[in-house]
Design a binder for this molecule. Sequence first.
Ligand code: FAD
Length: 477
Amino acid sequence: MTSNQFMNPVENTRHAVVIGGSVGGMAVAQVLLRHFGRVTLVERDRLPDSPQPRKGVPQGRQPHALMLRGLHALEQLFPGFRQDLIDGGAVVANMGADLAFNAFGRWRRGPYNSALSGLCASRPLIEFTLFRRLANHPRLSVLQAHEAIGLLADVAGKRATGVRLRDRGAPGAEEIHIEADFVVDASGRESKAPEWLKTLGYAPPAETVVTADPGYSNRYYEAAPGQAWKMMYIMPAAPDKRRGALIMPMEGGLWQVCMIGMDGEHPPVDETGFMDYARSLSSPRVYEAIANAKAVSDPIGFRKGENRLRHYESMPRHLESFVAFGDAVYALNPVYGQGMSVAAAGALELDACLRGQRAWRGTGSLDGLAARFQKKLLGVLMPAWMMATGEDRRWAGRSASAETNPMVRLLQKYMTRVLSVQADDNIVAEGFFYVQQMLRSPFSLLHPRILFRVLRARAGAPSAAKAPTSPVTPIPA
Ligand SMILES: Cc1cc2nc3c(=O)[nH]c(=O)nc-3n(C[C@H](O)[C@H](O)[C@H](O)COP(=O)(O)OP(=O)(O)OC[C@H]3O[C@@H](n4cnc5c(N)ncnc54)[C@H](O)[C@@H]3O)c2cc1C
């Protein structure tokens, strides 16, 4: 086993355990390898040796848009990741030139060269590419087919000292205890950590849930040749456009074709229902694109898309040396495509906290880290959370509580106008894509350059400004 020359001798002997070997867990493990001599990744599934969906990540069969913020953060953590994805077959798509985008019933008028190009791939390819980068690290152990069933703590119950595990390949076998100096729970939406903490005498974190009751039905098709676009999106829009759809390319020359519903409108998962739903969309373009394309799978549904925040940041007492991470803390309505990006950015924040800890507390001490990190993680999450819950509250249906804050309602109205104006104005579109890709705050859309264009345009009327065809000058951040 090699040691890390940048760590001091105490850090070099320390062991960290990450529960959950998905995108969040792998990003965290990569960070912990910078601060701990040994890292163990515990995953209840057997991880596939090629990009395949797996049971522990049921959302893996649904399209996953990797926002540019997430791509940049993952590239920072795993240099070369972007190229690996492209080598694996990911499709490069320019936001202005390759996306056919319909918001509030209007298609964007014409293509333009955006400064933003992203990568489209299946979720299994993204995960597999990360795993290949991580798995051979000499100081990492991957414990597959092992399920965490609880935490170990010191006698005073103040500090996590390890994890209790069950070997899924040996039913009835005794539980296994592994000791650790630091434990991260990255076990996703269904995390049991609140119960584990309760067993140790801690009040579980309070929860906030905001839901617009979304539903997905996804089907894979062979990509039909000869399209002027690579990706197509009909955005559902409150209060009445409950139905939307996404066609996203992926490796292997396939399309992920996903019917989307909001406010309890759950797209069907049978073939006839799927096609009827496509036909019922506000524009026939998605239906026309798939009508003669070859389907290579049955539709697969997904319905648990609520926004859920577990308030670890405001727990009155923290178990030292234990933090919760990723979807285990916050799960976001998948329609906005933010989860992997927030996880990657959150991993960078953990890196910063661990560096700060070294300077603040000196060598070896992890005291206070849990409370500090959970607060910092909330800061990373907040823009995405506000965006997702703000949008979801626009649905007046039974499941979402309507927004009452007049300032937020004003911003929502402005956002509606931005989305309407961007159809004809590439500068507004570019500003919107920077926000959607999580590279800028939504408040950047109040920059005078955009504000003026949005307010000047008559809602729904094509802008008098000629659409620029050359790259748009990036808007000052
Ligand atoms: C339908 C849907 C579509 C989505 N689309 C997008 C998108 O377009 N873009 C985007 O950025 N995000 C999207 N997301 C969110 C994204 O999937 C997650 O944010 C992302 O995977 C990070 O989650 P995670 O690693 O924290 O948890 P998960 O990905 O859920 O992984 C949890 C891991 O922990 C393992 N595990 C669970 N319990 C245990 C245990 N007790 N012991 C050991 N291992 C355990 C699981 O097997 C799994 O590997 C979508 C989510 C859903 C539900």
